[in-house]
Design a protein around this ligand. Structure first.
Ligand SMILES: Nc1ncnc2c1ncn2[C@@H]1O[C@H](COP(=O)(O)OP(=O)(O)O)[C@@H](O)[C@H]1O
Ligand SMILES: [Mg+2]
Length: 283
């Protein structure tokens, strides 16, 4: 590593983050199960009902669509930060939530020099310390980027629907993370449940497989009902929590948020970005 880069790394490590930010990943095996809607509405509730400082990172490359869901146009992405842009120029605020759009181009991290990467980490660190919660909306599946974000997060919400294929894919994600990285900090969300019973049955199916084959306990984060209001709001580029605050989906999500708030933030600084970058670079 270059001398200058070493100096920077020292600086990065010495700068302690006072506020202990909680990094939460949102993941799924299968696409289209409701990750982005979960992430956006969870962020909305934490910010607006609980007055938390929340940053939502759209790490779903290709299908990066948080900004579409909230109806904001963006031009710059994280790739521009790697090329020297300030992160402050890229984050935008809507409805009380700060959003960092489009993690596309992050692969380029393997091609830029160490000093640029360290500036990148430092920039992300100094931004991150402003937040109580940082939610990361990941892509479907388990590519290297998704894995890196999950590994670095203190907790991951795994979203599935009652569909057998979605359950299978959620299982595959949990299995990979457990077997390859001994990561098991999952909370399962059953989305689009037609009834509470269907939700519990779905969780039970996943829980028993995980117990039997991975010898691991799984936690239920909550059951979110199917609601036509989500589809209505998505089409209008609105947020259900804002437009239909008493929809059953929103009420359940508020319970999940209340549970999350009961769990104290980590006592020590998490070095989230250092981890993400090193996982991205070394795998
Ligand atoms: N609880 C729900 N009830 C009804 N439809 C839902 C629900 N959650 C998500 N959807 C629908 O599923 C679609 C995909 O959701 P999205 O959050 O974009 O999934 P992902 O990010 O996992 O790909 C949305 O456009 C919405 O119409
Ligand atoms: Mg999505």
């Amino acid at each position: 590593m270059e001398e200058q880069a070493k100096g920077l790394l020292k600086l990065v490590n010495e700068k302690q983050i006072e506020k202990n930010t909680k990094f939460l990943a949102v993941a799924s095996g299968k696409g289209g199960v409701g990750k982005t809607n979960f992430a956006v509405n969870f962020a909305y509730i934490l910010a607006n009902d609980y007055d938390k400082k929340v940053l939502l990172i759209d790490a779903d490359i290709g299908m990066a669509n948080v900004h579409i869901l909230v109806n904001v146009n963006t031009k710059k992405t994280l790739k521009d930060i790697l090329n020297g842009a300030k992160i402050e120029e890229i984050i935008f605020n809507t409805r009380g939530i700060d959003i960092l759009p489009g993690f596309s181009g992050i692969d380029a991290i393997n091609e830029v020099e160490d000093s640029a990467v360290l500036r990148f980490i430092q920039n992300l660190n100094s931004i991150s310390e402003n937040y109580d919660y940082i939610l990361i909306d990941t892509a479907a599946g388990i590519d290297n980027k998704v894995i890196s974000f999950i590994r670095a997060s203190s907790q991951t919400y795994v979203i599935t629907t009652p569909e057998p294929t979605a359950i299978m894919d959620a299982y595959a994600l949990i299995k990979s993370m457990k077997k390859l990285y001994d990561y098991s900090n999952f909370k399962v969300i059953i989305n689009m449940a037609k009834s509470e019973e269907e939700g519990f049955e779905t969780f039970e199916r996943l829980r028993t497989s995980v117990k039997k084959f991975l010898d691991m306990e799984l936690t239920l984060g909550g059951i979110l009902p199917f609601t036509k209001n989500i589809q209505k709001t998505v089409r209008k580029k609105q947020i259900i929590s804002e437009v239909y605050p008493s929809d059953k989906f929103v009420l359940q999500l508020k319970r999940i948020a209340a549970e999350e708030l009961k769990e104290p933030p980590p006592e020590i600084k998490q070095k989230f970005w250092e981890k993400v970058v090193s996982f991205l670079r070394k795998g």
